[in-house]
Every structure is written in C-alpha cells, then in structure tokens.
Design a protein around this ligand. Structure first.
Ligand code: GLU
Length: 304
C-alpha cells in the first residue's frame, strides 16, 4: 500500500475545497492558532512513517488526551472502573448537564467531559503524584520523550471552565466525586492541555493498533481484551455526537479534540493523526474528517 502517495493526493485534494469549519473560541488559547495549519502522520505497526504538511508542529490535544487518562486508569484498576462510568455513546454534546442529571451523576462514557473528570478523580484518589505519573505513562508509550502539559492552555481553560465546574459539582452532589473539586478540575485541565505533534500522537496511539503492546519493546501496556475494549469505546464514543457518522464515513476507531486533532487506528496495521484547527458544527476537525473519509476510501481499508 502506497500510503505516502495517497496521503499527499488526499491532502492536496481537500485543500482545493473550502474549509467550512470554525476554530474553537471558548478557550482563549485555542483562538490564537493559525487556522490554516494542516498536518498528517501515519505510522505502521512495523515502524514505517508517512507524513505531510505541519506534521511536526505541536498542538493542544484537548479531548484526545482523555484516552490516555482512561487507558492508564483501566490498566491500574481494571473492571472496577465501570461502577463509576459507563460505555454508551452519549447522543448529546460532550459537556451536557441534562444527561448527567438524568443518569444520576454516572457519565455515559469516559470520553465525554463528565466521564473524563471522573477518571481524573479516580487517579487523584489512588496516585501520589497523578500529574507526573500520567505524563510518565504517556511518555512510555512511544519513543517521544518531549511531551508535556501546557500551563498557559490549562490556565486559559480554567478561567472559562464554567460548564466543567457545573459538571463536577453535579457529580459531587450525586456522590460520584471523592476528592476536592478544585484539585480534580485542575488535573482535568492539565490533562486536556497536553501538546503533541501529529507524529507524536500517531506514535503514542500505536499500541492500541498493536494489541495493547508497546510497538518497539513488545511490553504489555494493556491486555488484548482491554485494548480491544478501548478501541470499541473510541469507535462508538470518540467523536462527540458524530461518532455514528464517523464510523459510517471513515470506519476506524479514533478520538478527536477541540484543538483540531484527530487520531484513528487500524488494528494490526497503523495509527494516523491529522490536525486542522477549524471544527465542524459537532466539534470535530472539518478537514480532519474530510481527510480520513477520503483516505480510507482510497486505501479501501477500514475495519468493516
Ligand atoms: N478541555 C476541553 C473542555 O473540557 C475539552 C473539549 C474537547 O476537546 O472535547 O471543554
């Protein structure tokens, strides 16, 4: 499969069309990004790399980072985790309060904001130094060591994080948050602020395509069953209220974030990250979705 030719063809093709998305504006730091940025990086399970555009430039992961915190918590606590969070697609926006009220403070899945906040609470309860331990876990997933939080972005989100504050308060009222609210929210904002390039993102997600094993050392990061389950949750819940359409159009498990990144993977084949900051109405990168749809069409490979 000539991934490089297809990546270049598809990138050039979509750049000829109008980008109808809008950069996320509810977090001040995200507004500052040049909306024309566009990068792609694909890495295969046997370590072949293919890339295009701004693939080495770091951007804010936002919700994509929720997969890391969830994987880490699942690795440590196993099935116990499911008493605090579910595995159903939400069918509502990622920060919906209505649904949480209806579900008595148990978030539908770990990738909506409420679910990721509960996972942060679990990590805060059980780790001595959650911020550094999580970062070490993420760094250990690949050979990229230059990965860090962005304090500016975390602070910027904290200043306008009213809905997240409302979500955590509601869950605390239902008894689904154990720790001090501010401590957990700060950790959540730090998590979302992690920055990576498309290259780093595709590399750190490759173990999900490699049956849960580190792609270079073969060390077990997650069991085969855990990796399969997280891929299933990415497939059904990874794209806000557009997960069905993403499955239909692209046919790969993945996760998006309001920083304009999308990462997707083909089990036993590759992991691919795309970054383009303007978002469609559902909060997913407009060009990122367009790119992946054409990419899986031209490669004629999806999991279905
Ligand atoms: N930090 C963002 C928030 O909580 C994450 C949103 C996202 O990427 O979905 O609003």
């Amino acid at each position: 499969m000539n991934y490089q030719t297809i990546i270049e063809e598809v990138s050039k093709e979509i750049k000829l069309t109008k980008d109808e998305g809008v950069v996320a504006s509810y977090i001040d730091e995200l507004k500052k990004i040049n909306p024309e940025k566009f990068g792609v990086h694909l890495v295969t399970t046997n370590n072949a790399h293919f890339f295009y555009g701004d693939s080495n430039e770091k951007f804010s992961l936002q919700s994509i980072a929720k997969v890391f915190s969830f994987a880490y918590a699942y690795r440590i606590f196993g099935e116990k985790i499911w008493s605090r969070v579910g595995v159903e697609p939400s069918g509502t926006s990622f920060n919906s309060l209505l649904q949480l009220e209806h579900d008595a403070g148990i978030p539908r899945n770990p990738f909506i904001n409420a679910g990721a906040i509960v996972i942060c609470d679990i990590l805060v309860s059980h780790l001595k130094d959650p911020k550094n331990e999580l970062l070490d876990f993420v760094k250990g997933l690949s050979d990229c060591k230059d990965i860090d939080y962005c304090d500016k972005t975390a602070l910027s989100e904290k200043q306008t994080g009213y809905r997240n504050a409302a979500l955590i308060n509601l869950m605390k009222a239902f008894g689904n948050i154990e720790n001090d609210i501010e401590l957990v929210l700060d950790f959540y904002f730090d998590l979302c602020s992690i920055k990576m390039s498309c290259k780093e993102l595709s590399e750190t997600f490759l173990f999900f395509a490699n049956q849960g094993k580190h792609p270079r050392t073969d060390a077990e990061i997650l069991t085969l069953s855990q990796a399969k389950r997280i891929n299933a949750i990415m497939q059904t819940c990874g794209f806000y209220d557009e997960a069905g359409e993403f499955s239909y159009k692209v046919g790969l498990p993945g996760k998006s974030g309001v920083g304009g990144g999308i990462v997707a993977l083909h089990p036993n084949k590759y992991s691919i990250a795309v970054w383009s900051p303007r978002l469609n109405k559902k909060g997913n990168s407009y060009r990122g979705i367009q790119f992946l749809e054409l990419f899986t069409t031209k490669t004629e490979m999806s999991i279905f």
